[in-house]
Every structure is written in C-alpha cells, then in structure tokens.
Design a protein around this ligand. Structure first.
Ligand code: FAD
Ligand code: NAP
Length: 559
C-alpha cells in the first residue's frame, strides 16, 4: 500500500526534526523516515568516548522556540554527546515529533513521477510513500568511511567505528585497543581510550594541527545572560560568517571570536577575527620566530589560528605551521614521537580545525604507542591485529576513526532518480552541482538541507539548518499558494552558483594543492576533487537566498 503525504523528510537529526516542526506548523502533512532507532542524527550515532561539540551549546541549539531557549539547562559550555542527545530527545518529546517519524527505516530509493508531480519513496522495510515534495535531511557526516584494508574481515577481535558507536557501554579496561585515524573524532577519542584501555596503539596517516578545546562548567549567570539576550544573539548569528554570535556575557557586545573566556570557540576559524598580539593589523610574518614561539609558550597553540594572513599567504601559513611544530616538540617528551606528530605536508586552514583535550600529553604515557603508517604502512589486518611493514601489533579491539563520505555520501546512497529518469549519481559524476546547496535542476520539488554549495559544515550547523528549513518551508508555501505543481532550479542558475562557489574558495588554504581534506572529497578513493561547502560566509549566502525568494524565486522555473 502507498501512503500519501504533503512532504517526505529523509533523516531525523537536527535538520529533519526541525523540518517536521516547521512544516507541520504550516499545515502540511509530513512524514520523516530515519534509519536509526531514535532522533539526534550525528549525536545518536557518534557515541564514542570523548565525543563533544566545538560550538558553545548556547549557540549550537535551536533558535525557533523562545520557551525552549529559556527552559533547557546546559551543564557545560561545550556539551558532550550525551547532553546534546538528551537535548534532541527533549525537543522530540516537547514538540511531539516522534509521531511523524518512522524509525529503523532506511530510504532505499526515491523516484520522481513526472506525470503526477510526485516523489515515490521505497524503504528497506518494504514501505512505499508518495508526496509532491521531498526534503533530504540526510546529514553531511552521516555515512561512515570504512577503508578497504586487506584482511579487514579476518580480524577476530571487536571492530568499532566512531560514527557507529554502540549504545551499550564498551568495556575496554582489559583490552589492547588499536585506533586508525587522527581527525577530529580520533583526536577526541584517543585521550579517553588511553585512559580506559590496557594499551592503546594509534595508527596515524596524517598528523593534525590540534589545539586545546575550551571546556568548562556552565555558570548560571552566563546562561541567564544568554537567555536575557537571546533575540539579539540569534540576530548576531545571522550576521556572522560562521553563524556564531561571539556574544560576550556581561558586556553585551560582539567579541573577537575565541577571545572570550566564557564562550570562546575556534569553530569560526578562519572566518574569525584575528585575536593575536596587537590584534587586527598584526600578521605572523610581523613577528620573529622567537616572538612566535614565546607567544605559543604563553598562550598555547591556539593562538596560531588567529593570524588571518596564515589562511591566505603561503609564506605566513608556513611560518604558523613551523611554530606549531615547535609547540608540539615542547609538549611531547620523546623527540621521535614528537616528530611523527608534526604535520608537514599540508598547512593550517586546509582541514576542519581539530580541537582536543590532552592530545599531545597522551603520547607521553607508557601505555600509548604511535605508529606512523606512512613510515611503516599497514600491510594487512590479521586475525590478531594489524601488520605493518615493521611487524604485527596485537589487538583485542580495532576502532576506525576514519571519518565519513561527507556531504554527498548520504544523498548518493539514497538512489535518487529525477525527471526523465536521470539519476543523481550521473548528474554528480564529476562532483556535486546544486543551486545554493538547496535545489537541483532535473529534480523538481526536491530540497537538500545544508547540501554541497551551501555554508553548511563551515558554519554553526544548527544556524545553517534552520535557515535552510525556513527557506524550504516558505518555498513550498509559495509553490502551493500560486497553484504550481512543481519548482525546479534552472541549469544556468546552478552553473552560475557553482562557478561562484569555486571562485570564492580559490586562493584559500582549503584548496591549496597540498590540501587533501574531506571538504574536497579527498578522503574517499575515486571521489571527484571538488571543494564542496560555500566559503563566502553565512551572511552573504543567506542574503542571496533571501534575494532569490524576494524576486519570486529567480533562478527557478515553475510548472
Ligand atoms: P545528521 O545529524 O547527520 O542526521 C541525518 C540523519 O539522516 C541520520 O540520523 C541518518 O541516519 C539519516 N539518514 C541518512 N540517510 C538516510 C536514508 N537513506 N534513510 C533514512 N535515514 C537516513 N557541527 C557543528 O556545527 N558543531 C560541532 O561541534 C559539530 N560536531 C560534530 C561532531 C561529530 C562527531 C560529527 C560527526 C559532526 C559534527 N558536527 C558539528 C556536524 C553535525 O553533523 C551537525 O551539526 C548536525 O548535527 C547535522 O544535523 P543533520 O540533521 O543535518 O544531519
Ligand atoms: P576525518 O577528519 O576525515 O579523519 C579521518 C582520519 O582517518 C584521518 O586521520 C585520516 O587520515 C584517517 N584515515 C582515513 N582512511 C585511512 C586509511 N585507509 N588508513 C589510515 N588512516 C586513514 O574524520 P573525523 O575525524 O570523523 O571528522 C570528520 C568531521 O566530523 C570533522 O572534520 C568535523 O567536521 C566533524 N567532527 C567534529 C568534532 C568536534 O570536535 N565537534 C568531532 C568529530 C568530528 P588522512 O587525514 O591521511 O586522510
């Protein structure tokens, strides 16, 4: 039997959850489908030890409900995963979202029926649904990357992925644990795993530039100050390149991001204002190497992220990188380990900034071993562990912290076929092409939340999600209100937008030839090398979306 709705939503993370609330309030009949057994998306799946947000929770939280803002207490400034998941559950309960969600249900295909202007959906539970509109809230980081390592299925111990961590507690106390991957997830997990396990072996391919996270308990006065100023704060987010207000409690003014002891974040880097010595006008090249090192000794490695020239000028970038390496040498006792932890073949600003707690200190422990898999490559996974060119490392548990098929993975895996039988996999054969990261020519009435070509992962994502869902909701109202059956992005609008996305990314460290990040798809073998998110800043992007809507959806055609 086929169920019929107004809007189908795929995914019940923060995007899908807000979409249910928003569209329902517009009077639409919605149904959301979610592969997991409950809400929360990222925060449902990523339960690994140490998982945590790097945007202050008072900012990484919904802004659509004043009552919610006033009543939810955040115990820490930067929340850990269990707290964020508890928040997601509270939102689901409070707004009765679950009644419109089918859990444990994966959408296996979506086909556009042109004659009827309907999307038809099939699920792995055998359900069939149809609706004129479909919203892909499938997440940018929701498809774990499992590298294809020889012998992987022969390992007889336990295998885990940080992005699919079990719900039941994992007891590692008597285990020799191996972890592959030192991105954000690995760097957060490694210090915790070292504390929890008998022995930890870290298999590192690329060292990272990681800086200490700002972690503290939430003070009641700070939370109250936010509550008293929330409308202003939400407005400040709308005007910040990273969707982050930088509100300074007790001063009621905009801070230099990262400069405020209560709510500092590094997530806005490099869009953040510089916070180095003497602030705005000082570039790293204005300081001598001794001055740079003294600054790091005094303020920590994080200060090196504050020099704006380091994000655009290769010489300044290398000066920051070298000072960073000196910092690592100061923190890690064994000189050989310190050298292995020093990134050399890419610069600060190429990848998503990583934040840690006790990362470098962890390598001073006797029960932690670092294996550089570039020096001694992994030859095979064996039944007992991992064999590299220097010998076998015996393990009881093997953890993959190997990231995600980011931004396009979940969309492509959903088997979407648009008008004229055109498949999304074909349309995106050479990389993602969208209009505003929201819509696709050839795929009428299909919308993507935080899709490639939007600020998305370069932004405080809840801000980006709310903006997208609001825009989509308004667009659906417009289409229905004008008696149209379908809206579709024009190919020329799409081409123009893609050219703009590429143009603004060019010349930044994100697209430097030495850079191989998941933003570029470089972590997945065979994926086209395209810089996927929009780097031009959230306000500029938002204004463009608003302009499109105000001009009767210029760049779109109607049927
Ligand atoms: P998700 O939360 O990924 O939800 C998508 C959902 O869609 C998933 O539950 C998935 O199961 C479901 N789904 C996908 N395909 C299908 C299908 N075919 N059928 C059915 N269901 C499907 N962002 C920040 O701004 N700040 C941070 O500090 C931050 N930290 C992060 C930490 C980690 C470990 C990770 C992985 C990401 C982090 N992010 C952070 C990004 C985070 O993904 C977003 O902030 C946000 O949670 C995304 O919400 P979403 O609803 O768009 O996607
Ligand atoms: P990631 O940044 O892609 O890191 C994956 C790691 O696995 C890298 O070190 C990578 O090495 C390594 N790797 C991949 N394949 C490998 C292989 N075949 N052999 C050896 N090593 C391999 O993934 P992530 O750490 O999960 O983070 C992804 C994103 O999620 C982050 O950038 C961030 O946006 C978000 N996140 C945020 C937080 C937070 O602090 N709020 C925490 C976790 C995740 P190479 O670098 O050499 O490819």
């Amino acid at each position: 039997m086929t169920e019929r709705h107004d809007v189908l939503i795929v995914g019940a993370g923060f995007a899908g959850m807000y979409a249910i609330y928003r569209f329902r309030n517009q009077g639409l009949d919605v149904l959301a489908l979610e592969a997991g057994s409950d809400v929360g998306g990222t925060w449902y799946w990523n339960r690994y030890p140490g998982a945590r947000c790097d945007v202050p929770s008072l900012e990484y939280s919904y802004g659509f409900s004043e009552a919610l803002e006033q009543q939810w207490d955040w115990p820490e400034v930067f929340s850990a995963q269990p707290e964020i998941l508890a928040y997601a559950n509270h939102v689901a309960d409070r707004f009765d979202l679950r009644r419109d969600i089918r859990f444990n249900t994966r959408v296996t295909s979506l086909d556009y029926l042109e004659d009827e202007s309907l999307w038809r959906m099939h699920t792995d539970t055998g359900e069939r649904h149809e609706a004129p509109f479909c919203v892909m809230a499938t997440g940018c980081l929701s498809v774990p990357n499992m590298p294809d390592l020889p012998g992987a299925d022969t390992f007889t111990g336990r295998v885990l992925h940080t992005g699919r961590w079990p719900k039941q507690p994992v007891d590692l106390s008597a285990s020799r644990v191996g972890i592959i991957g030192t991105g954000s997830s690995g760097v957060q997990a490694i210090p915790e795993l070292a504390r929890q396990s008998e022995h930890l072996t870290v298999f590192q391919r690329s060292p990272v530039y990681t800086v200490p996270a700002n972690r503290k308990r939430m003070r009641a006065e700070v939370q109250q100050e936010f509550r008293d100023n929330y409308r202003k704060i939400r407005d400040m987010q709308q005007h910040s390149p990273g969707g982050f207000s930088g509100f300074r409690p007790f001063r009621g003014e905009q801070s230099k991001a990262g400069n405020d002891p209560e709510t500092a974040t590094l997530s806005a880097v490099p869009a953040a204002e510089p916070v180095g010595p003497g602030a705005e006008s000082v570039g790293i090249l204005d300081l001598t190497p001794e001055q740079r090192r003294a600054l790091v000794a005094q303020q920590g490695l994080g200060v090196l992220l504050s020099f704006r020239d380091a994000y655009v000028d290769p010489e300044a970038n290398e000066a920051a990188n070298e000072t960073f390496r000196d910092g690592i040498r100061m923190l890690v006792e064994d000189p050989q380990t310190a050298e292995r932890l020093c990134p050399r073949d890419y610069g600060i600003g190429c990848k998503r900034q990583v934040l840690d707690r006790d990362y470098y200190d962890t390598f001073n422990r006797d029960d932690v071993t670092l294996v550089d898999v570039r020096e001694t490559p992994i030859e095979t996974i064996t039944p007992r562990g991992i064999r590299t060119s220097s010998g076998e490392h015996e393990l009881d548990v093997l953890i993959y912290a190997t990231g995600f098929d980011a931004m396009t993975g979940a969309l492509l895996k959903t088997n979407i076929t648009g008008a004229g039988g055109r498949r999304l996999t074909d349309k995106w054969e050479h990389g993602p092409v969208t209009f505003l990261g929201l819509a696709l020519s050839g795929f009428p009435n299909l919308f993507t939340v935080t899709g490639p070509g939007s600020p998305s992962v370069l932004c405080n994502m809840i801000v980006a999600i709310e903006q997208h869902v609001n825009w989509i909701g308004d667009c659906i109202d417009y289409v229905r209100g004008h008696g149209y059956q379908a809206i579709e992005a024009l190919p020329e609008a799409e081409d123009e937008w893609v050219a703009h996305v590429n143009e603004v990314a060019e010349g930044t460290m994100y697209t430097a030839p030495s850079c191989n990040s998941w933003y570029l798809g470089a972590n997945i073998p065979g994926k086209p090398r395209i810089f996927m998110p929009y780097v031009g800043g959230y306000p500029r992007y938002r204004e463009r979306c608003e302009q499109v809507a105000a001009n009767d959806y210029e760049g779109f055609s109607f049927r």
